[in-house]
Design a protein around this ligand. Structure first.
Ligand SMILES: Cc1cc2nc3c(=O)[nH]c(=O)nc-3n(C[C@H](O)[C@H](O)[C@H](O)COP(=O)(O)OP(=O)(O)OC[C@H]3O[C@@H](n4cnc5c(N)ncnc54)[C@H](O)[C@@H]3O)c2cc1C
Length: 481
């Protein structure tokens, strides 16, 4: 059976997937957005669907922290921002009646803090910051650097790079073998310029630029989902991202079974079988098809020895890398820093600091510190108290008064979260070749989730939902055996 292309999935989804003949029974592993959407579509088509979720809540990496904050403040531990191009996310938000509002990221004023000084991304401020830029970079400012080092490269790879049914053509393939760092330095970027550009596109991905696939990065940077292409229509879920998965869960009701971590998947000619933990005992359930939505970072908890998977699939499960992300949230008594809606990239270990509550009137505020890569891994091994203390000490060097205004805090270390064990896919060199292998169904076992999408830089709610649509289509085409 030929796999549907990205365009075909979109067309089928937009027309309501008519004529679909889903199997009679399906087990979905994981109640993240991908699993919820698959279950929602199947349930609407009279399929007997059961979702087995290891956690006590739906949503996976769509996760809002509400405790221990006062005054109804909340912060996003995972997914936060939506663009108007998040087609699948916008579709379901509308359908489920979940409201959106302007994205926080657009409400912040971005600047840098390096060598003990604040400066903005404009050409004069950057030139005066005393950084080790190449002479020709002094007049560019950060936007000019992105134009010269990123946009010019992606423009030279069009139309292949942004083609809807993307593949690594002859023009693109060499960029999947090259690293982001190589492409930037080949274009003449100094390390200081790379450090300035990084927060715009990569810092949040937690990548090592020397191993990250240039192709995956350029495809993302050329897309409307890139931070450097932000527009005023960027949005977030009103009241917290968790309202989105909760809305799915309310529709699915008892079809979702929480605290049921799956430990084994098997299949034969007739059936697929799933073994899971149920309050300290092992239970087995059978269905015609099984959908695995578990991120590959956490897939090692499931035994697939008798699932008849190909060697290529086992290899892909081991090879896919995830980024390390830690987010620390500090509730402050009031805004003690002068900048309105502050957002800073710093040369301190805490890296990125922002007002996580720019749209709330206060007086209380939550300051967020987001660390990725080795810094995230370093603070992950600290205790909660040590971690908050570490961030406060660093923050105080930059914004004196932080410690005096601190009231309470919380943090999320994605590497340490059971059943996630990583934040989002980190496409390494060669990642584009893995994508079709990750997506491919193997007998009665199908794969959805943001890692099993069409986009190499797929860590986003809408790509998780797109993978769900692709899987539902795949199931419907398979039909009842
Ligand atoms: C820090 C961070 C920031 C992000 N920012 C954004 C953003 O701004 N915008 C955006 O669109 N996206 C963002 N994302 C990405 C987005 O959260 C994900 O792409 C999306 O939520 C993935 O959904 P999923 O269903 O594929 O996976 P998940 O949400 O990971 O769902 C998988 C589910 O499977 C469950 N599970 C795992 N193992 C087992 C098992 N053995 N048995 C049973 N269940 C199991 C998990 O508990 C989980 O509920 C961000 C993610 C992170 C971590």
């Amino acid at each position: 059976m030929r796999e549907a292309t990205q365009t075909e999935v979109r067309r089928a989804f937009d027309s309501g997937m008519p004529g679909l003949r889903p199997p009679r029974s399906v087990i979905v592993i994981g109640a993240g957005l991908a699993g919820l959407a698959v279950a929602y579509e199947l349930a609407a088509r009279d399929c007997e669907v059961t979702v087995l979720e290891a956690d006590t809540r739906p949503g996976g990496r769509a996760y809002t922290l509400r405790a221990p904050f006062a005054d109804g403040l909340h912060a996003e531990a995972g997914a936060m921002t939506l663009t108007p191009h998040c087609h699948y996310a916008m579709h379901y938000l509308r359908e489920l009646g979940v409201e959106t509002e302007t994205a926080d990221l657009l409400d912040t004023t971005f600047s840098y803090f390096a060598r003990g000084r604040f400066f903005t991304p404009g050409p004069e401020a950057v030139a005066a910051a005393g950084l080790a830029l190449h002479p020709h970079e002094e007049k560019l400012g950060v936007a000019g650097m992105i134009e010269r080092y990123v946009t010019a490269v992606s423009d030279s790879l069009q139309p292949d790079l942004s083609a809807p049914d993307w593949e690594a053509t002859e023009l693109l393939a060499p960029y999947d073998r090259r690293s982001v760092h190589q492409v930037l330095t080949d274009r003449g970027a100094s390390q200081a310029a790379i450090d300035l550009m990084e927060p715009m596109f990569l810092e949040m991905r937690g990548g090592d630029l020397k191993t990250a696939s240039a192709l995956s990065w350029l495809r993302h940077e050329a897309s409307p989902h890139s931070l450097s292409n932000a527009d005023p229509r960027w949005a977030k879920v009103k009241g917290g991202t968790d309202r989105f998965p909760q809305a799915f869960a309310e529709r699915l009701k008892s079809r979702i079974r929480y605290r049921r971590p799956v430990v084994r998947v098997e299949q034969d000619e007739e059936r697929a079988r799933v073994t899971y933990l149920d309050h300290g005992s092992l239970q087995t359930m059978e269905a015609e098809r099984v959908i695995v939505t578990v991120p590959f970072s956490a897939i090692r908890h499931i035994d697939f020895t008798d699932a008849g998977l190909s060697d290529a699939k086992h290899d892909a499960m081991r090879r896919v890398k995830y980024s390390s992300v830690v987010r620390v949230y500090l509730q402050m008594r009031r805004q003690f820093w002068p900048q309105r809606n502050a957002s800073f990239s710093t040369d301190l270990a805490i890296r990125w600091i922002r007002d996580a509550t720019p749209q709330l009137p206060g007086p209380r505020k939550i300051m967020e510190c987001l660390m990725t890569g080795w810094r995230a891994r370093a603070v992950s091994v600290m205790t909660e108290e040590e971690r908050q203390n570490f961030v406060l000490t660093e923050l105080d060097r930059m914004l004196p008064g932080a410690r005096d205004h601190f009231e309470t805090g919380a943090s999320v270390c994605w590497d340490e979260r059971p059943y996630a064990e990583g934040a989002y896919i980190l496409p390494e060199r060669g990642h584009s070749a893995l994508l079709p292998v990750i997506r491919r169904p193997e007998g009665r076992v199908h794969f959805a989730g943001d890692h099993a999408g069409f986009e190499p830089n797929g860590g986003s709610m809408t790509f998780a939902l797109e993978s769900a649509a692709r899987t539902v289509l795949e199931l419907g085409l398979t039909g009842t055996p």
